[in-house]
Design a protein around this ligand. Structure first.
Ligand SMILES: O=C(O)CCC(=O)C(=O)O
Length: 274
């Protein structure tokens, strides 16, 4: 079966050995380099997928155009002080490194990435966001079941995610889980700006998630998982002693309508393709 057929059938595609170990290491080193330069002033932005309406602060809302830093919810003691070092406390960096940082730009638009995009008929697709997800040992939190089109909503739905394993991803350290064919179920919600201020999870379809068919997508460092925007997927907390770093980019078709009310806005730079 061709990759295109497999992707249409399952809603995801696992490609082993997509990036070299050296490229994965270079991205992890870059994240550390960025974090060392992050001027944290003691006002953290916490990222918790189960609690997104709490993220309505300006730091989060402006991060579509920035390199912004988000902490694990368990990173702080009752007095609001970091329990560990800053790097080990980070949940993710997002959401515009692919346009603002040369190392992330090269990784996101590598020759193999452009070849894959052409094979999937996505050469024109725009990279709308990027995330370096740390899932640090023992502290890396769960990512609740979601569909990426909820957060990068277009009419019609065109969001496709590319998730790159920078380290081995196993059940123990919080690999991704998904159900083959799950993308054929409806889009459940649209995460958007309210008419006035703040954010809301607007329900489009109240069907429950079908959890019984979820399979662990355990992959080696260097693998790429392509994710259809309507595919429900999640990852469990990292209870192991090994981190599970990953980098993800999300893309949309420029021909689709991108509503003003989407949470992620690009105010200062225009979008660029893969
Ligand atoms: O890396 C993870 O654990 C979750 C990432 C994810 O859900 C995504 O990239 O859409």
């Amino acid at each position: 079966m061709s990759r295109v057929d497999q992707f249409q059938k399952d809603g995801y595609l696992v490609i082993d050995g997509f990036n070299s170990a050296e490229d994965c290491d270079a991205l992890m080193q870059r994240a550390m380099w960025l974090a060392e330069r992050y001027d944290y002033k003691g006002h953290p932005s916490i990222f918790e997928t189960g609690n997104q309406t709490m993220s309505a602060d300006d730091y989060f809302l402006n991060s579509g155009d920035e390199i912004a830093y988000f902490f694990e919810k368990d990173a702080f003691d009752p007095k609001g002080q970091l329990k560990k070092g800053l790097f080990e406390s980070l949940n993710k960096i997002g959401h515009a490194m692919h346009d603002l940082d040369p190392v992330y730009d090269r990784f996101s638009r590598s020759p193999q990435m452009r070849k894959l995009a052409a094979e999937l008929g996505m050469s024109e697709y725009l990279v709308i966001q990027s995330m370096h997800i740390f899932k640090h040992a023992r502290i890396g939190g769960e990512v609740d079941v979601h569909q990426d089109s909820t957060f990068l909503y277009t009419e019609p739905n065109t969001c496709v995610g590319f998730w790159f394993a920078l380290e081995d991803a196993t059940i123990e350290n919080g690999c991704m889980w998904a159900t083959p064919g799950g993308h054929k179920t409806p889009l459940r919600s649209w995460f958007r700006r309210k008419e006035a201020a703040g954010l809301e999870m607007h329900v489009l379809d109240s069907s429950p998630w079908e959890m019984h068919g979820m399979q662990p997508l355990e992959v080696k460092k260097g693998a790429c998982i392509v994710l259809h925007g309507a595919l429900p997927h999640y990852s469990q907390p990292n209870t192991s002693g090994k981190s599970r770093q990953a980098f993800a980019i999300h893309t949309i078709d420029p021909a689709a309508h991108y509503p003003e009310r989407n949470w992620l806005r690009r105010e200062t730079q225009s979008l660029r393709p893969l």
